[in-house]
Design a protein around this ligand. Structure first.
Ligand code: FRU
Length: 499
């Protein structure tokens, strides 16, 4: 592994870095693991999605970005835009850490459109010379031309009731006020969600209090990247807690992204959940999800997550000088009190040429020449109570990335342990879900180094990064009386260089 010195990790992007980064991009653009239809680090490292919203007839999506390499250095915000949530265009850097208040990074945050401006709220990660960290909540305004102006002082100072961990503001408007939901850690090292309130976006923010979530005095050791969305007449609360232990088949990743559905009372600052918290994604790599501030999709939240996880590394692409990808946007609805997550409806546009079709048949792999397409969309329907097995990127005597459903126990299992390039094996190489109602359908999105599986029309999702070698290219399928269609994927996200 390449070693990064403190000074190298503290670099801030300058105009003069353009040539060197352009060269880095030229190199990484050759990688077999670059995606065709996912947003990925233009160079260096991508982590959380930030500032996701609909503004001036476009979707805007920013991401946490360290430009110079695959390491968590000083974070900038990188800006991408889309008309349909599928075709994305790189615009360049939006926020750079150039103030004393954000000297160690412009950390995660959200966006809110008002009049002619898009307001970007973020955490200024300030570090003193001795390494002591002080978090400030900051604001910037972007005009319709994409020009960003930062307010040069914090809108919220650090709250003494909490430690240096106070970050990731999510702004929302409710009951005639703006609210900011922030993740915080108390002095007993417990995670909380705290609320600030103001009548105006850029001034007048006051501490309202802790959000009291019934049944949960606190959330692990820290709750990162909180988000709250009204879907119909219910509220969805998302956050990424740290310090949760694995419980059977659940919570097996280093950190997880969880949700609660319930009632929010902002007068009493209470949230009453209708059930226990659950993971948003049951695969290996999903964290820091954010819903868009938008009114286009009614009674539906539009959400994107980071296909990664803090404290995890992805050596295959780290060595190439880049790391990180965002998930496909998902549509979130609540049906009978349960969360449903489906691929955004415009993802139909990802489907290109149909390369395989078996309707209620036994599956043979020949039509696809026995090869896993580098990027494709697969639909599996009506497996009923038959066993089903799919091995992507396999080779002789190796299963590759295996997807298995066993009707006897109703276990749906993914396993990446048989691939040559491994990552984060200390958290196990398989993930399993018991499908109480059996397997009804699968939608599988494969994009060079990601596999996202939507199970039973959005009942569960499992997302995984994988790094198959060129020698791992076979596909294996086994299933009886099953319908399977495979489409090649179009390229919808340009891998161009713009800073
Ligand atoms: C989550 C997180 C946030 C923070 C950001 C820094 O992955 O740790 O809490 O704002 O990443 O990049």
């Amino acid at each position: 592994m390449e070693h990064w010195t403190k000074d190298e990790k503290n670099q801030v992007l300058k105009k003069s870095d353009e040539e060197r980064l352009n060269k880095l991009h030229d190199e990484i653009a050759q990688s077999i693991w670059r995606a065709q239809y996912h947003i990925q680090a233009v160079t260096g490292l991508l982590n959380d999605p930030n500032g996701f919203c609909w503004f001036k007839k476009q979707w805007h999506l920013f991401y946490q970005w360290f430009p110079f390499g695959a390491v968590h250095g000083t974070k900038h915000w990188y800006h991408t835009v889309s008309h349909d949530l599928i075709h994305w265009q790189n615009l360049g850097m939006a926020l750079e850490p150039d103030l004393v208040f954000d000297n160690a990074g412009c950390f995660s945050g959200s966006a809110f459109p008002k009049d002619d401006y898009l307001y970007l709220l973020y955490t200024g990660n300030h570090k003193e010379n001795d390494g002591h960290r002080i978090p400030y909540q900051m604001i910037a305004a972007m005009n319709a031309k994409g020009y960003v102006t930062k307010l040069k002082h914090p809108i919220i100072e650090p709250n003494e009731a909490y430690t240096e961990h106070q970050r990731d503001p999510k702004i929302f408007y409710e009951n005639g006020s703006y609210w900011m939901l922030i993740g915080a850690q108390d002095h007993q090292q417990h995670g909380h969600l705290i609320l600030y309130k103001s009548r105006q976006i850029a001034i007048g923010w006051e501490f309202a209090g802790e959000l009291k979530v019934k049944g949960y005095p606190y959330f692990g050791t820290m709750a990162e990247c909180p988000d709250i969305e009204k879907i119909g007449d219910q509220w969805l609360l998302l956050f990424s807690p740290q310090g949760y232990a694995a419980k059977g088949d659940e919570f097996r990743n280093a950190y997880q992204n969880v949700y609660l559905i319930g009632d929010l009372d902002l007068n009493a600052l209470t949230f009453v959940p209708n059930g226990p918290y659950q993971e948003l994604d049951r695969g290996f790599d999903f964290y820091a999800a954010q819903c868009a501030s938008q009114y286009i999709y009614k009674n539906t939240a539009v959400m994107v997550g980071w296909l990664g996880c803090g404290d995890c590394t992805y050596p295959a692409t780290d060595e190439e000088g880049w790391s990180g990808m965002l998930s496909l946007p998902r549509e979130l609805t609540i049906e009978d009190g349960k969360l449903r997550q489906n691929p955004i409806r415009t993802s139909e546009q990802i489907k290109g040429e149909k390369i395989f079709e078996a309707l209620h048949g036994s599956i043979m792999t020949d039509t696809m020449h026995g090869r896993t397409p580098a990027a494709c969309v697969m639909h599996v329907d009506d497996p009923d109570d038959n066993a089903f097995e799919l091995g992507l990127y396999s080779q002789t005597l190796k299963k590759g990335f295996s997807i298995v459903y066993e009707p006897n126990h109703k276990y749906f299992t993914i396993d990446r342990g048989d691939l040559e390039n491994q990552c984060n094996t200390m958290y196990g190489t398989d993930r399993r879900i018991k499908l109480e109602n059996g397997l009804k359908s699968l939608e599988i999105f494969v994009d060079h180094s990601t596999v996202e599986i939507f199970i039973n029309h959005g009942e569960y999702v499992m997302s995984s990064r994988i790094f198959p070698k060129p020698s791992e290219h076979l596909i294996r399928m086994r299933g009886k009386d099953i319908s399977l269609i495979v489409w090649k994927a179009n390229s919808t996200v340009a891998d161009d260089f713009k800073i």
